[in-house]
Ligand binder design. Structure first.
Ligand code: UN1
Length: 497
């Protein structure tokens, strides 16, 4: 009998009122049924939102340091269950075990970071203009947070969207990606074991096409935090605006590594393999373009292709495997359609370009790591997010050219430069229009203590993680306390000694 998972609403594990369920299968082996999940409907969402609303009122009154202590416990329980959760995550999402351990670790880091905020959550005290008057600002919770999360970081991203929200005094209802609900079910178990009061964290599983809109428009929702495709994010934004909801979006990327003529090529190659094909290229931050200086381009391409051909594909639970499957057949088809587009556009296919069904991979959605060279900036493979193991190499003349091409995209998440020249590194850092920038490292690998997010079409101006996440999940309240015993009119009465 496969595991059957329920929704988590108001501290209870409950079946969907729809009476319907769906299957969660392993993308490395379609024959492996991992679990059955609830196919929720609008009524389930309604119950979860109402539970969250009621719980939030009480949770906001718990002193923030105490809220932080619960999250500290969340970090401890996650640490205890790290290996088990990582293994299940590899089974449902496909990425290799070293990476799913990293995914859980990112949630652990966020738990301890957010726990600490329970004793900080700094506001400001500023001098007041009038005598016997006190002025300060406080962070207050927004209320109910509706989190809609993607499948590529099945627990890390839910952790970014819940832990900082909860420490500030909000309650959360999360709809995990249809393809990776089990990781969030485990996360709910962790919250429960850590002693989070009922209703503060709720999980409703199901498909975005059925309950996505309800997660946005429900009257109890104060804020929607979404990570996923530009198309869905744009719809959420429009729907949210019509319903006067606060919306925080993190969407696509077309991240580039710039390899300059003075780069340490060994290091750049290693970074390009990891950035391009780690997580099977399915990170928002994945390196999907490599902009390489003409004087090192030939050597770089030859060595890159050679290194990528050596990557071992297979079941991510095998520690010898470098690259797992794409997350689903649908994703594989999208990836392949872009490869066809690249070929038609005249880019040169250096390696890959097709499904992989070698030994042990016959029943999975595997795609060969793919490299195109001779890519021009206006080709679709150089402009659109592919979200898979496909890297486009563009050759350039100098740093200005590199920066110009790096910026020539509608997205602005992450970018990097490999150079030994500090001047070039600083110029690029200043001129590249992304939310995240790396020097001598690939475009992936952000840490939770700094803001995460991007410019232009990547988002709508918000950042996750770091103290920036507190700005997302709280309102500012400015407080003036007059203890003069009389009316003092700001901007009008003059203070005289
Ligand atoms: C994502 O790509 O959706 O910076 C998240 C990174 C990870 C998080 C990626 N820490 O690559």
């Amino acid at each position: 009998m496969p595991l059957t998972c329920k929704n988590y609403i108001n501290g209870e594990w409950v079946e969907s009122v729809s009476g319907r369920t769906y299957e969660n299968r392993n993308p490395a082996n379609q024959d492996e049924l991992i679990a059955i999940h609830q196919k929720s409907n609008a009524e389930d969402v309604d119950r979860a939102m109402k539970a969250a609303r009621a719980a939030q009122k009480k949770w906001a009154l718990v002193p923030a340091p105490k809220r932080g202590e619960v999250l500290y416990k969340v970090g401890q329980v996650l640490t205890k269950r790290k290996e088990e959760i990582a293994r299940d995550m590899t089974r449902e999402m496909g990425k290799v075990i070293a990476e799913t351990r990293g995914d859980v670790q990112e949630a652990i880091d966020m738990a301890f970071y957010a726990a600490g905020e329970g004793r900080r959550c700094f506001g400001q005290t500023v001098p007041a203009e009038m005598p016997d008057k006190f002025a300060m600002s406080l962070r207050v919770p927004i209320g109910v947070v509706s989190a809609i999360t993607p499948w590529n970081f099945p627990i890390a991203i839910p952790s970014w969207k819940s832990l900082p929200a909860i420490v500030v005094g909000n309650a959360v209802v999360i709809k995990p990606a249809t393809l990776t609900p089990l990781s969030v079910i485990h996360f709910a178990e962790v919250y429960e074991e850590a002693g989070l009061p009922a209703g503060v964290f709720n999980v409703v599983t199901g498909s975005g096409s059925e309950i996505g809109d309800d997660m946005v428009v429900h009257k109890d929702v104060n804020l929607i935090s979404f990570t996923g495709s530009t198309e869905i994010g744009t719809n959420i934004s429009t729907l949210g605006a019509r319903n006067m909801k606060r919306v925080c979006l993190e969407m696509g990327g077309k991240n580039a590594i710039m390899v300059m003529d003075d780069a340490n090529l060994d290091q750049a190659l290693e970074g390009a393999v990891w950035g391009g094909f780690g997580t099977t290229g399915q990170r928002c931050t994945a390196t999907s373009r490599i902009i390489v200086h003409k004087s090192v381009a030939q050597e770089f391409i030859e060595r890159y292709v050679e290194a990528v051909k050596k990557l071992k594909l297979g079941d991510g639970l095998d520690p010898k495997v470098d690259v797992g499957p794409t997350v689903s057949e649908g994703q594989l088809k999208t990836v392949h359609s872009y490869v066809e587009i690249g070929k038609k556009e005249g880019a040169e296919l250096q390696t890959g370009g097709k499904r992989y069904d070698g030994p042990g991979c016959e029943k999975g959605s595997f795609y060969e790591p793919t490299i195109f060279s001779g890519v021009k900036r206006d080709m679709r493979i150089a402009r659109e997010e592919i979200f898979g193991p496909v890297v486009s190499i563009i050759t350039i003349d100098d740093l200005d050219d590199a920066i110009d091409i790096c910026n020539d995209t509608s997205f602005g998440l992450s970018a990097s430069i490999y150079t030994q020249d500090i001047n070039k590194a600083f110029v690029a850092m200043r001129e590249v229009h992304t939310g995240i920038f790396y020097v001598n490292a690939p475009t992936i690998g952000a840490e939770i203590q700094l803001p995460f997010g991007g410019t232009k079409g990547t988002g709508n101006g918000h950042r996750e993680a770091g103290t920036a996440s507190l700005d997302v999940f709280s309102e500012w309240k400015s407080v003036y306390i007059d203890f003069s015993g009389k009316l003092q009119r700001a901007q009008i009465d003059d203070f005289e000694n």
